[in-house]
Design a binder for this molecule. Sequence first.
Ligand SMILES: Nc1ncnc2c1ncn2[C@@H]1O[C@H](COP(=O)(O)OP(=O)(O)OP(=O)(O)O)[C@@H](O)[C@H]1O
Ligand SMILES: N[C@@H](CCO)C(=O)O
Length: 309
Amino acid sequence: MIKFYSPASIGNVGVGFDVLGAAIAPIDGSFLGDIVTISPSKTFQLINKGMFSNQLPIKTNNNIVWKCWKYFCSLLKKNLPITIILEKNLPIGSGLGSSACSVVASITAMNAHFENPIKKTELLLLMGKLEGKISGSIHYDNVAPCFLGGLQLIINKNNIICQKLPIFKNWLWIIAWPGIKIATSEARTMLPMQYSKEICIEHSRYLAGFVHALYTKQPSLASQLMNDVIAEPYRIKLLPNFLKIREETKKIGAIGCGISGSGPTIFVISDNLNTAKKIKTWLNKNYLQTKKGFIHICKIDTLGTRQIG
Ligand SMILES: Nc1ncnc2c1ncn2[C@@H]1O[C@H](COP(=O)(O)OP(=O)(O)OP(=O)(O)O)[C@@H](O)[C@H]1O
Ligand SMILES: N[C@@H](CCO)C(=O)O
């Protein structure tokens, strides 16, 4: 039996639509991500467990984990009898890279179980392809950090998928999922097909400036540059009171606030634990919409996907 854990991730990270992604871990040490366990068996079986398993497709062959298993069957040219347990701990359509988490945990666990038929360099390409089938287009900003950990800049050129960026160790990422769902594919169709030259220049200034600020260790400059001119203006209408939330959390002491992936999860950044706790309390009262919603104070998960059993 082998067991792999894959962490939740923040796609876009406010300033890098489709090209920045960060893996996150709650500071209380709890797991915020999917867990996949594989053991040999006589026939194929997929068992769904976990807090959000009731959100998974009813039909097994609509589960992305089944599609990952099918991929291995075609690769190894046989019907592979294994039992897979998926612990679905991330809500679907949350903006936390839920489908990416299932893809990365399953592919990594199956590759280990079948003694690594897929080379490490090819794994990420495959994960991107599988995740792309679900969300409507290939974007690596969830699968890359989920697999490798850290803050990743997506390059996707000549088989170089991503590069790890430095990030301020004292930044805390308060993530709040209000308990409602937004399908990534729909949130992507809301975006314009074309952008003006001015917007392209503004986006380049922010993203290049942000990366520069990371490398030159200027947290204040970095946080000022975390502006999203590509997706946020078109997606805020999907999020309950987003602009008010940004304003109010800033008053409490937040140094940044943005949409996690395609939402509805938002992230708020603080460089101080006391402030982070105050923001958490405020968001708890003002952002959650259903009893299922949650808030976690997180740090960057530097480990990415790992074997836990
Ligand atoms: N194991 C799985 N985990 C998550 N989604 C799955 C899984 N298997 C199939 N799906 C389907 O994939 C789709 C995922 O949709 P979507 O990309 O919007 O969610 P997401 O990955 O949770 O998004 P986000 O990246 O914003 O968290 C849903 O239609 C869901 O039913
Ligand atoms: N970059 C993707 C992430 C989806 O979680 C988007 O914003 O559509």
